[in-house]
Ligand binder design. Structure first.
Ligand SMILES: NC(=O)c1ccc[n+]([C@@H]2O[C@H](COP(=O)([O-])OP(=O)(O)OC[C@H]3O[C@@H](n4cnc5c(N)ncnc54)[C@H](OP(=O)(O)O)[C@@H]3O)[C@@H](O)[C@H]2O)c1
Length: 454
């Protein structure tokens, strides 16, 4: 539950963010004041409407009328309106399908209202901007990342989509809209898992964000209460992941794993991926962006744990599971300090006094961190291990975080440092989304992304 005060403070943060963005953009003057934010935002949108191409009044959308039903193609549905000064309207050209798009209606979660519009990422063209200065202008080719599933205006399964500019990434000319639509949600999940939950600093990679410091520099009240502890208390400064540390990703074939491994490698982590090697072994072993130091087959989880423990000898402190509760429980067994007793260093560490905050970096004395994207083990975290969930809504609720991530992704894509995941297939038209989601339900989309051209 959010506190009302927190929500108010977050709105104020957005306003302050707008002011600072305004001041930092070509000397443009910010006309807004604390007392008349809403009316000024409306004026700002009206002013910006002039150079915009005029979007139509209605569009096609896919509506979900009831859980466990197919989405219905609906014509003459209103095109969503810009409501605040940092929103843009994007004409969708390609939509990336995500597992939640079928899991939410099948298992009845994350559907705040019916009829509902789904879809979490799309690439397209900016057709309308608001008045606040921003990186974006009309005709920009962009990727819009819609983690804000409660705001139907921002859902991807429609022809025109509203997006915050701080959740929107300009695509380099080298990337097609289809490629652009593959990597947004996975990038955000990967960056927050590594940067917030594991505390990894990206500033050595094209001046990426140090999210650990960034979120400690906003008022705690600006961070929703249900994620505040994960954001601020879940990892201590001296335990943060740093270059040279090991990270294991269980479920290495997924898009989220792909982006996690890419970002981890760029920041200097050593990586292990656990995958079905019969399906993905050669591809992952030969792919320069996602090739891991150790590739382990997932077929026999106990054997996979044994292989990781034998190779890493108690040095594995960070694990990210993308598959679910069971594989997360296996990954837990591969993490230290469970395996402290497995070698002589570990035995010494078990008897050592608790480490004070200034302890030099020594993996055998530090906690292990297990991050679950899809679930965590049923059991409570054992002593010396912390469980984490990814605070995904930081991306749209704290503009400073959103802006830091999207502007970094722009630089990474422009420099070719991050590559889009493989496209498994492209379906045609909004109406083909049901077919695409059925293919995902059947497990046909593996090791890459299914994309729909609009
Ligand atoms: N917490 C968060 O904020 C967050 C953010 C993003 C994603 N997620 C979750 O993380 C997980 C991975 O997401 P993703 O977008 O990276 O997935 P993805 O790219 O679609 O890949 C998932 C992998 O799961 C396997 N798979 C495919 N269809 C399946 C099915 N019907 N049932 C079971 N397994 C199937 C495939 O691997 P194999 O062929 O190797 O088996 C596939 O490579 C999902 O559960 C998603 O909801 C959570």
């Amino acid at each position: 539950m959010r506190s009302g005060g927190g929500s108010f403070l977050r709105k104020m943060s957005l306003h302050k963010f707008r002011k600072s963005a305004s001041l930092s953009n070509s000397g443009a003057r910010d006309e807004t004041s604390d007392s008349d934010t809403a009316s000024t935002q409306q004026e700002a949108i009206a002013v910006a409407d002039k150079p915009s191409t005029v979007p139509p009044e209605t569009q096609k959308v896919l509506l979900l009328h009831a859980v466990r039903q197919p989405y219905q193609l609906t014509e003459n549905y209103p095109v969503p309106k810009l409501e605040s000064a940092h929103e843009v309207l994007v004409r969708a050209q390609a939509i990336g399908l995500n597992p939640i798009d079928w899991k939410a209606p099948d298992f009845n979660f994350a559907i705040p209202e019916l009829p509902y519009i789904s879809g979490r990422e799309l690439a397209g063209e900016v057709v309308q901007v608001s008045g606040a200065p921003s990186r974006l202008k009309i005709n920009d080719r962009v990727l819009a990342i819609s983690t804000d599933y409660r705001d139907l205006r921002k859902a991807a399964y429609q022809e025109y989509v509203v997006a915050f500019d701080y959740n929107t990434v300009r695509l380099p000319a080298a990337l097609t809209a289809e490629q652009g639509s593959t990597l947004g949600v996975a990038f955000v999940a990967a960056a927050l898992a590594l940067g917030v939950c594991a505390g990894l600093d990206f500033s050595s990679v094209l001046e990426g964000p140090d999210l650990y410091s960034l979120i400690r520099n906003v008022s705690p009240d600006l961070i929703a209460q249900d994620i505040r502890s994960e954001c601020l208390d879940s990892i201590r400064s001296h335990e943060r992941a740093r270059s040279g540390d090991w990270l294991a990703v269980w479920g290495g074939s997924s898009t989220s794993a792909n982006l996690t491994i890419q970002l981890a490698k760029l920041a200097g982590l050593k990586t292990v991926a656990v995958v079905d090697k019969a399906k993905h072994g050669l591809r992952l072993a030969n792919h320069h962006a996602i090739r891991t130091d150790l590739l382990v087959d997932s077929h026999d989880p106990a054997r996979a744990v044994e292989i990781i423990r034998a190779n890493l000898k108690g040095k594995l402190r960070f694990g990210i599971d993308v598959r679910g509760r069971e594989s997360a429980a296996s990954l837990l067994q591969a993490l230290s300090p469970d395996n402290l007793g497995s070698d002589s260093d570990g035995a010494a560490a078990r008897d050592a006094p608790p480490s004070p905050p200034s302890t030099p970096h020594d993996s055998s004395l530090l906690s292990a961190h297990l991050i679950g994207l899809t679930g965590l083990p049923k059991q409570a975290a054992p002593e010396g291990t912390l469980f984490h969930t990814v605070p995904i809504k930081l991306f749209h609720e704290v503009p400073e975080v959103g802006e830091a991530l999207v502007s970094w992704l722009e630089r990474l894509l422009a420099a070719g440092l991050v590559q889009p995941p493989e496209i498994i297939d492209v379906e045609d038209g909004l109406e083909s989304i049901n077919t695409g989601l059925d293919r995902m339900r059947k497990g046909e989309i593996s090791g890459g992304k299914l994309v729909v051209k609009v």
